[in-house]
Structure formats: C-alpha cells, structure tokens
Ligand binder design. Structure first.
Ligand SMILES: Cc1cc2nc3c(=O)[nH]c(=O)nc-3n(C[C@H](O)[C@H](O)[C@H](O)COP(=O)(O)O)c2cc1C
Length: 194
C-alpha cells in the first residue's frame, strides 16, 4: 500500500509553533485497551528545550484518568473541516460513549509512545509524555507534557512555518470563542520593520 499521508515529521525545536497561535486541540489518550478523545481550547508551549507544553485537562474528565494511568497524551490540531467533530467530542464523556467508534475517527499510534494520534482532517499532532507533578495533580487541572514527536500536514505546515492559503482552508486551525463558536485562522499579517 502506498503511504497516502500528507504528514511529515516536525523537528522538535519547531514543535511549539504547532500550538503557539492557540488552536483548539483534540487531546487523545489510551489505557488498558481503550482510547478516548476530548476537545481542549487551553494549551500552550511552556519550555524550549526539551519542548514542553501545558494543557488544561479537567480533573473530572475521563481523559485525565487515562492520561494519568498511561503517562502520555496526544495533542492533535483539527482543521476547520473538523469543527463539528471537535465540538462533539468536547460535549460528552468517553465514560458514557466510545467517541472514537461513534464518530469513526481513524487513529494511528504515535511513533515514540504509541499514543493514538489523528491525521485525517487534522493539520498536525504532537505526542507528549506526561510530566508527573504528584504535589499538584490533585489541585490543578493543568497538565504538563514533554513533546517527544510531532508531525504536520505539509499542505499547511512545512519548514517550521504555517502557511494559510485559500486552497488549504479546510485544514486551517480553529480557535474557540465560547459556546460552540470558533474563528478559523487565516488572514495572516507579516510584521515589517519600523
Ligand atoms: C471547544 C471546546 C473546548 C474545550 N476546552 C477544554 C479545555 O481546554 N480543558 C478542559 O478540561 N475541557 C475542555 N473542554 C471540555 C471537554 O472537552 C469535555 O469535558 C469532554 O467531554 C471531556 O471528555 P472525556 O470525559 O471523554 O475526557 C472543551 C470543550 C469544548 C467543546
């Protein structure tokens, strides 16, 4: 079978750029033979080397339970075509329903930790090892992860840079405004020297 994926690995020093602009992400997780996905609007890079990111995963979510049990999670960056799916997986718990099966979401194992990551409809993914914080785990919803692998769809991210064009609108990242309203990235501006 030919590899039809449009994804290329992203050098880890460039991985922070995948979430630097604040896209809503899909947090993927798996443990004990079960996998799950939820939406998260709150994630950001926090360290350069090694690259580390923070993501808010509510203590009450099933994702949180799976992430703590497995010590790993994925951050997948959905394109605009996945806006309905993103909202749907952020609106019910995997404890109640197998969201991956219900929505027919195709996943593949990440190359380092085997965390399920989503490529179809996504612009990028990051595979992350949970940084355990036993002294704060009970108090805070924020989780920290070290990015151990990353990849992006070359039609929208290549050479360490996003390129938003008319012909890749379906892959452009989405940013949550609240209440199921999103804005799609685009309309980029290039700062000129003053
Ligand atoms: C657009 C959107 C953004 C969200 N952002 C976050 C977030 O940043 N952190 C969080 O803990 N929950 C967030 N949620 C809520 C979770 O996705 C939601 O609680 C989900 O049902 C948890 O699923 P789980 O129990 O299967 O893990 C968001 C929901 C939506 C729709």
């Amino acid at each position: 079978m030919p590899d039809l994926s449009h994804f290329d690995p992203v050098d880890l020093p460039h991985a922070s750029r995948l979430v630097n602009h604040g896209p809503t992400v899909l947090v993927t997780s798996a443990h004990g033979g079960r996998a799950n996905v939820m939406a998260a609007a709150w994630s950001m890079p926090v360290e350069f080397t090694p690259p580390r990111i923070a993501v808010v995963i509510d203590k009450r979510t099933w994702t949180r339970e799976l992430v703590l049990a497995s010590g790993a999670f994925g951050l997948c960056v959905p394109g605009a075509a996945l806006v309905d799916l993103t909202h749907a997986v952020g609106s019910c718990s995997g404890r109640a329903v197998d969201k991956i099966a219900r929505h027919g979401i195709a996943t593949r194992p990440g190359p380092v930790l085997g965390v399920p990551v989503i490529e179809a409809g996504c612009a990028a993914w990051l595979e992350c090892r949970l940084i355990r914080e036993p002294h704060t785990e009970d108090a805070y919803d924020t989780c920290f992860g070290e990015v151990v692998a990353a990849a992006a769809d070359r039609r929208i991210f290549a050479g360490g840079h996003w390129t938003f064009r008319d012909d890749n609108a379906a892959l452009q990242t989405i940013h949550h405004l609240g209440g199921g309203h999103f804005v799609r990235a685009g309309g980029t501006l290039r700062a000129a020297p003053l």
